[in-house]
Design a protein around this ligand. Structure first.
Ligand SMILES: Cc1ncc(C[n+]2csc(CCOP(=O)(O)OP(=O)(O)O)c2C)c(N)n1
Ligand SMILES: [Mg+2]
Length: 644
């Protein structure tokens, strides 16, 4: 155990003496009479006045020069039992005890520290990582202020039902807080600010309490519906010696078995699906593990029915003949809809427009039977409205969809006799034809403006795919409305895609992509992502973390020099009010000056290409960038997709 560094007693004594003299001088000098600037004061220097008297009255303190254990060491031992690979953080004194223990007791391995320039980056990295690796990462932040920075990313993780172990430092005992920062960074209930969007939180007051709460936090975070959890860690608990080592016990974490839907209800669902003329499966956040992709294929093929993958996870192969995700009309033809782990069921079954006035209509035909299967309603909160509009359903099966699939598939297969098989095959053939036509249409659509400069998003995506398609690639982010990869790329493995932000909080894409790339790194996968310029502008320093930790990722900035979604909304609003669109660039565009993202990347130590405006320059730039990525480093390509 390395020694903790403390001021020797003599140094402390002369330090206090200096402070006393400075204090006395300050008291004797009239305000404004000094001509020289005051010497910079240490945060810990004892200020003059009544506080000085208090300092002089302090009993002599004998600091321990060495301390063979710290509470932080025990906390690290607990983390090790939870198999937490990484601890993402922006450093802060409220968790200096734990930080030091991770390095010197834990050897900076399991967990290893990821240095992040912003707490939002740390949480988003954890969100992207968990959706590739299938397990949570931990992050720790400064009490109060660090947590305030972390909140939006925690909200995204909450809406996305992704586990993240969030921790924050705090100093619970008022008489232990130093003046200044330690007061403004302490709270009686730090987690209050995030309680509406974490599954559970606690502030342990002993090491045993910590051990039990850490294991409980992990268990709750990883039990479907998953979500972020928060532990507030007292600084004294981290820093002080372990007083009761012999009585401490680390509880065991048993593997969580997610709840399967009721067997009778699944049998009823199977009967409905098999009897239906046009059953349709809609899936959003179904795939928790790599097993689901194959199971959904098995279910869909047994029924030869349409599957709409709304993209919350990598649920269904993009080129499978039954994948009808870009044919919303398939839902209109359905007589039975099975909707699994939906983020927004109403949104999937209704058309909504806000262009003139807010209007909506169902896209299902009257009488269509709707069945839901999912874990979402098993844990819900009221304040933030991330549950979408209420949708009438006919059968509502509460249970984890992934865990329920084997029983459902078995039941369906049992009911499909030879007669049904022949009818189903005809249905499947029609769907396969429609799929082939949709792919041909997408290919043809993609050629529109192929040689245009600035570059079309279709060309941008096609050029990237052309260079990665024969490798073991993983796409971990797309810019808003960028559907070309899902329309044209062959997403055929569980890690080909990992979903979206959840809460639509912009600033997710870049850090979540870096987190996902970190998870992909040890599997040797080539990670690529597209991201908006607006998204990038929230969190550019993520690139430094990617460079520092050597996280290979090709990041393509879809640079339309605007917050384009909002730009379009504003144009629609101005048109509706009959006032023309002349002013709508104000507050919505990112020009004057244009941002040179490649130069920004280089500033953070990341290979940067661009801005690319001529499509002919794109392939060579991608080639150079991918060579960097293959060598184990991140690279950015700035592709200009807008004329301004
Ligand atoms: C934190 C946050 N701020 C603002 C918004 C509103 N918003 C939604 S989309 C968008 C534009 C994002 O710009 P960019 O990433 O460049 O995507 P583009 O629309 O240009 O494709 C904004 C600002 C939001 N969703 N989240
Ligand atoms: Mg943009």
């Amino acid at each position: 155990m390395p020694k903790r560094s403390h001021c020797p007693d003599s140094a402390r004594r002369s330090f206090l003496k200096g402070a006393t003299l400075a204090g006395a001088a300050a008291l004797a000098t009239p305000v404004g009479a000094t001509t020289t600037l005051p010497a910079p004061r240490s945060e810990k220097a004892v200020p003059p006045g009544p506080k000085l008297a208090a300092a002089e009255m302090l009993p002599p303190v004998k600091d321990p020069v060495t301390q063979s254990t710290s509470g932080g060491d025990f906390m690290v031992d607990v983390f090790k039992t939870l198999d937490i690979e990484y601890l993402a953080m922006n450093c802060a004194s409220s968790f200096r005890g734990l930080h030091e223990a991770v390095l010197n007791h834990g050897g900076n391995k399991g967990p290893e520290i990821l240095t992040c320039p912003h707490e939002e980056i740390a949480v988003h990295m954890a969100q992207g990582y968990a959706k590739i690796e299938g397990k949570p990462m931990a992050m720790i932040c400064h009490g109060v202020v660090g947590l305030q920075h972390a909140t939006m990313a925690m909200y995204n993780a909450w809406c996305d039902r992704v586990p993240v172990i969030v921790m924050g430092g705090n100093i619970i005992e008022a008489n232990k807080r130093g003046p200044g920062a330690e007061w403004v960074h302490s709270a009686i209930d730090p987690a209050a600010i995030v309680r509406d969007f974490v599954k559970w939180d606690d502030q342990p007051t002993s090491l045993q309490h910590f051990a039990e709460s850490a294991v409980r936090a992990y268990k709750i975070a990883t039990t479907p519906p998953m979500g972020p959890v928060m532990l507030s860690l007292d600084a004294e608990l981290q820093e002080n010696p372990i007083a009761d080592a012999e009585t401490l016990r680390i509880p065991r974490l048993a593997k969580v078995i997610p709840p399967q839907g009721d067997a009778a209800a699944l049998a009823e669902l199977a009967r409905m699906l098999v009897a239906a003329e046009n059953p349709v499966i809609i899936c959003d956040r179904v795939a928790r593990t790599p097993a689901t992709l194959g199971r959904l294929v098995e279910l869909a093929e047994a029924l030869q029915c349409a599957v709409m993958d709304t993209g919350g996870r990598m649920n269904f192969p993009s080129r499978h003949p039954l994948n009808q995700s870009f044919r919303r009309g398939a839902v209109a033809q359905a007589d039975v809809v099975l909707a699994m782990e939906m983020n927004d069921l109403w949104g999937a079954l209704n058309a909504f427009s806000d262009r003139i006035v807010r209007t909506s209509r169902p896209i299902t035909r009257p009488g269509t039977k709707i069945v839901t299967l999912g874990s979402r309603d098993l844990y819900m909160k009221a304040n933030y409205q991330d549950f979408g509009r209420y949708q009438d359903v006919d059968l509502n099966i509460a249970g984890d969809a992934e865990a329920s699939l084997p029983a459902l598939i078995e039941e369906v297969k049992r009911l499909v006799d030879d007669n049904k098989k022949a009818a189903f095959a005809a249905r499947g053939k029609k769907l396969g034809d429609a799929k082939r036509a949709a792919i041909e249409q997408a290919k043809s659509d993609a050629t529109i403006g192929w040689d245009a400069s600035p570059i079309t998003t279709a060309r941008m995506c096609a050029e990237v795919y052309d260079q990665i398609k024969d490798e073991d690639w993983s796409l971990v982010g797309t810019a808003i409305r960028l559907s070309w990869p899902h329309r044209l790329w062959n997403l055929d493995k569980p890690y080909r895609w990992n979903g979206v932000s959840g809460g639509a909080g912009v600033g997710y894409n870049l850090p979540a992509s870096v987190g996902a790339a970190l998870a992909n790194k040890k599997h040797g996968r080539l990670t690529v992502a597209f991201g908006g310029d607006g998204d990038f502008m929230f969190v550019p320093s993520t690139l430094w973390t990617a460079a520092h930790h050597q996280i290979p990722l090709l990041y393509v900035v879809h640079n339309n020099r605007a917050y384009h979604q909002e730009y379009m909304y504003l144009q629609a609003m101005a048109a509706r009010h009959g006032r023309g669109i002349a002013n709508t660039e104000i507050g919505t565009t990112i020009t004057d000056p244009n941002v040179d993202y490649a130069m920004v990347a280089r500033g953070f130590g990341v290979h940067g290409e661009g801005p690319i405006t001529d499509p002919k320059d794109l392939a060579p730039a991608l080639k150079r960038a991918l060579a960097v990525v293959r060598s184990g480093q991140p690279a950015l390509v700035d592709v200009v997709t807008d004329p301004r």
